[in-house]
Design a protein around this ligand. Structure first.
Ligand code: SAM
Ligand code: SF4
Ligand code: SF4
Length: 341
């Protein structure tokens, strides 16, 4: 393992979220609720060689884990080819992917063969009409098929559920039961006021405390297990042994242990999900800069980092959506679907 670079709050850079596209085949109400979007120009997207080179440079400055995301990462053509390159030829210890699952039935096995080590599938409901209302698409059967294919391919999927009041907060136990049937770990995520969540309201957030109370009321006490380290989820165990997680980014943010940075599909590097400014890495990658000089850029930016985006948001007394829709149109890099969540 290379020596990690530390930021001003002594947090190492260990984990990378690599977005491979800003396009998506869903329109989740908490992520892409608008009618129109401004997309990143296609010629600006990093190609597979550039993504692999960048990942090798990141490994050189201490990154050990990467997660492919988007937009919807399975929309990126030939993704298993990229996965094979990243998994076997960059020095990463772990390569994961987050997907909405629509294209997973066809891709689970090729991705597993290519060397993907972990997968997370987003699933907010088991009711088809509700799925349509949340995502504007009728794709629940394909997502469930994809999830099953991930289990069959040995990818041991996790399921991520964004809980929104009045939308799916009556379905928590049913979702847990479904996860148990698949042998999958489910994590409930508090609805965050990130860029893109232009319809966010504080009273739509179902807090960690409320999630635990609801699960406990039906399934018995949820006991905390293990120290979460730098992982965003806290883990709990139910009396029957089922484990699940809660990601409380709104009511109990975990910035003090945050070791992750994000790269958008066009090579902008963001040291915080809530950060306004990225560092352009595509320019140096395409303009003949050496690996060492790009590594220096990254090291310098990480050493200067003092972001605590979610904690700073939690300290606000009057919380509104982070970025208004018209500003997002001017700068799509502020969107969650561009940054990769
Ligand atoms: N399209 C893929 C998917 O949905 O899994 C990957 C990209 S998506 C931006 C990554 C994660 O961000 C998903 O699990 C999604 O549920 C989560 N997400 C998006 N908007 C969110 C919000 N406002 N609050 C909490 N999580 C959100
Ligand atoms: Fe939904 Fe993921 Fe697409 Fe956002 S990027 S709209 S969370 S599927
Ligand atoms: Fe890390 Fe920023 Fe998220 Fe806090 S808000 S956990 S610093 S990415």
């Amino acid at each position: 393992m290379s020596t990690a670079v530390h930021d001003r709050l002594s947090r190492p850079l260990r984990s990378l979220r690599l977005s491979v596209t800003d396009r998506c085949n869903l329109r989740c109400s908490y992520c892409m609720p608008e009618e129109d979007y401004v997309w990143l120009p296609r010629e600006g997207l990093l190609d597979f060689d550039e993504l692999a080179r960048l990942t090798r440079i990141m490994v050189g400055v201490g990154v050990t884990r990467a997660r492919l995301t988007g937009g919807e990462p399975l929309l990126r053509r030939d993704l298993p080819t990229l996965v094979a390159e990243l998994a076997h030829r960059t020095g990463l210890d772990e390569l994961a992917l987050t997907t909405n699952g629509i294209l997973l039935a066809e891709l689970a096995m090729p991705l597993a063969h290519a060397g993907l080590t972990r997968i997370t599938v987003s699933l907010d409901t088991l009711e088809p009409a509700r799925f349509r209302a949340i995502t504007r698409k009728d794709e629940l059967p394909r997502v469930l098929e994809g999830l099953r294919a991930a289990v069959d391919a040995g990818l041991a999927p996790k399921i991520d559920t964004v809980v929104v009041r009045g939308v799916n907060d009556d379905e928590l136990v049913r979702l847990l039961d479904h996860a148990r049937g698949l042998g999958a770990m489910l994590r409930f995520i508090e609805y965050m006021d990130v860029g893109g969540a232009t319809h966010w309201r504080g009273d739509a957030v179902v807090s960690r405390a409320e999630i635990l109370a609801r699960v406990t009321a039906e399934r018995g006490p949820a006991m905390p297990i293990q120290d979460r380290g730098s992982a965003p989820a806290e883990s709990f165990m139910l009396p029957d042994g089922q484990r699940f997680g809660v990601i409380a980014s709104v009511t109990a943010p975990f910035c003090s242990a945050c070791d992750r940075a994000r790269v958008t599909a066009d090579g902008q590097w963001f040291p915080c999900l809530y950060g306004r400014r990225g560092l352009d890495l595509k320019g140096p990658l395409r303009n003949g800069a050496s690996d060492e000089s790009i590594a220096e850029l990254v090291r310098g930016a990480w050493e200067a980092r003092d972001d605590r985006g979610a904690e700073a948001r939690a300290a606000l007394s009057n919380r509104e959506p982070l970025v208004p829709a018209h500003t997002l149109k001017r700068d799509p890099h502020l969107e969650m679907h561009t940054r990769g969540g």
